[in-house]
Design a protein around this ligand. Sequence first.
Ligand SMILES: [Zn+2]
Length: 626
Amino acid sequence: MIRKLLFLTLCTFLFSNVQAQQLYQPRNLKQAYENGTRSQDGAPGQNYWQNTGDYTINITATPPDRTIRGAEHITYVNNSPDSLKMLVIDLFQNNHKPTAPRNGGTSPDYLTPGVHIDSLAINGQDHQWHGGRRAATWSPLQLPKPLAPGDSVQLSIGWHYKVSKRPGREGQIDSTTYYLAYFYPRVAVYDDYQGWDTIEFTGRQEFYSDFNDYTVHVTVPKNYIVWGTGTLENPQKVLQAEALNRFQQSKSSDKTIRIGTFEQVRSGQITAQNDRNTWTFTSSNIPDVAFGLSDHYDWDAASVLVNDKTNRRASVQAAYNDTSADFHQMVQYARNALDFYSHQWPEVPYPYPKTTEFQGGAGMEYPMMVNDASYSDPAFARFVAEHEIAHTYFPFYMGIDESRYAFMDEGWATTLEYLIGIHDVGKESATKLFKQFRVNRWIHNPSPLSDLPIITPADMLSDPAYGDNAYGKAALGYLAMKDLLGDQLFKKCLHTYMDRWHGKHPSPWDFFYSFNDASGRNLNWFWKSWYFDNSYIDLAIDNVKKLGGKYSVTLKNIGGMPAPVDMKVTYQDGSTDVLHQTPEIWKNNLDQTTVAINTNKDIQSIKLDGSIWMDADTSNNMWTNK
Ligand SMILES: [Zn+2]
C-alpha cells in the first residue's frame, strides 16, 4: 500500500514535471505578450498589427544589355503604435557588390556594382540618397518628419542595376533570358517584437516580407515574353490573337496547351509586334514579386481545380528551353502538386490565381513562381518543383520570418515534399529518397553542429547546421508530431495555426502554442526536446524481460529526440510482428520507457527500425534471445 502510494506519487511528480515544462521565450517575445500583440495560446493578440505597402513599379529590360531600370512609387502605411523617424530600405541586389558580406565565396561572374539609386522623393519632395553606411543590403532612410501611427508616407525611387552574369536564384539565365528577383528597393519589415529587420542579405536568407499590393509594368523588346507574379492584366495588348486565344483556353483546360513554341516566339507570331511591349501584372496581399523574361522559351499552360467550394481553378504555366525534356512535363507536374496541396496536405486551397515554373538556375520559390534548373532525371525535376511549390504555403501564405526561423518554412516544404512523394511514387520509394536526401548526412555527422537546437536563429548558422536544422530535422519533428497526434488531430492543429496566421507574421512560439491549444494538450515536452534541445535520434534497447506470458522491453532515448519507432519482433516459430510506437511513449520520461508485449509465443529477437527517423547508432537497436 505504502509502496504503491510512493510509486504513484513518484509517477505524478515525474508526470507533472514533464507537463509543466515551459518553452524558452526570448525577451522581446515576452514583451509582445505583455503588449497584447501576441497571446500565450498561440493566436494573434488583440493588439496585433503589421505594416503594409502599395507598390507601383515600372521596369525596363532590353537584353542583351544587362542593365535593368526601375521607377517605383510606394505608399507605406504605419499600422504600428510607434512614430517612425526612419525607414529601413532593402537593397538586396547589393549582395552582388564585391565588398558585400556573403555567406560563402563567389565567382567573378556573380559580381556587379550593385544598386544605383538615381532619384528619391519623399511625399513629393526630392531628397538626396545617402546610401548604406556599413550595411550593404539595407539602408536607413531618415524621414523629414516622423511617420505617426496610422499615417502613411509616399516614396518615389528611381534605380538601376545590372543583372548578374551567373544564373542562380536571379540574374542572367542566358544572354536573352533574365530572371528578376530581389530586384526593387523595398521597405523592410518593422514588426511588433523585433522592430526593424536589419539582417544583412548574405545570399542565404530567402524571405521576410510584409504583405503588399503590387502593380508591376515590365517593358521589354517586342519578341520577349514576360512571366511573373500576379495576374497578367493586358494579355490582349501584348499577345497576338491566336496566342491570346490559347492562353484563355488554358484557363479551363486540364491538358497542357502550347501557347507558343520558341520558333513562333522568335518569328514574331506570339507577341504584339510593337518596338516594345509593356506587360502589366497585379497582385494583392502578397509578400514579394519576381519576373522571368525570354525571347526563345517555350510557353505551356493548363489549369487545375484548387477550390471545390468556389469552383476556382488556378492557372499553371511553364517557360523553358525546348531542349529541356523535363520541362515539357512541368505543367502536369505542377498541376499534380496544386491538386495534392489543395485537397490532401495541407488541404488548403492553393491561395493564388496562378503558378509559373520558369527554367532558371536554381531550385527556388517565389510567390506564384518557381525558378528551377533543368534535371536529366524527370522524377527529380518533379521532386524539386513539388518542394518549391510547397513554399507557396510556407513562407508566402504564412508570412514566415525565414531569415531567423528557416525551419518554419523549409521544414514544412520538406514535410509536404515527403507527403506528396508518397502519393506520387509510393511510401517505399519516397522514404528511401527522404532518408538519402534529408536525413542521412545529418544523422551520421557526430559533431556538435549537428545537434544545435532547431530554434537557434538561422542567421547565426553556417552549413551544414543551417541545412540540417531548416530541412531534415525540422520536417522529422513535424512528421513525428503527425505520428503522435494522428492525421485527423494533426490536421486540425495545422489548420488552426494556418487560419490564425496566414497573411500575418507568426513566430515559432505562435506555431507551438497554436498546436497545444488546438490539440487540447500541452505538447511542450515534445517541442522542447525536438526543437529547443541539443538533441538527435538515437534509441536503444536496454533490456528485455519475460514475466509470465508477457515481455517487458526497456528502451533508452540516448539522443533525446522523441522519435516514433517500429519494434520488429521475430518469434521462435519464425513469425513476425511490427509494433509501432508513437512518440507518446516518451511523454512521461524522456530518458527511458518500458513497452509491454503481450504474447504467448516466445520472442527470438527484437529490432528497432525508425524508418525516416534514422537512428544515429544502430548497434544498440537489436536484442536477441540467447
Ligand atoms: Zn525550400
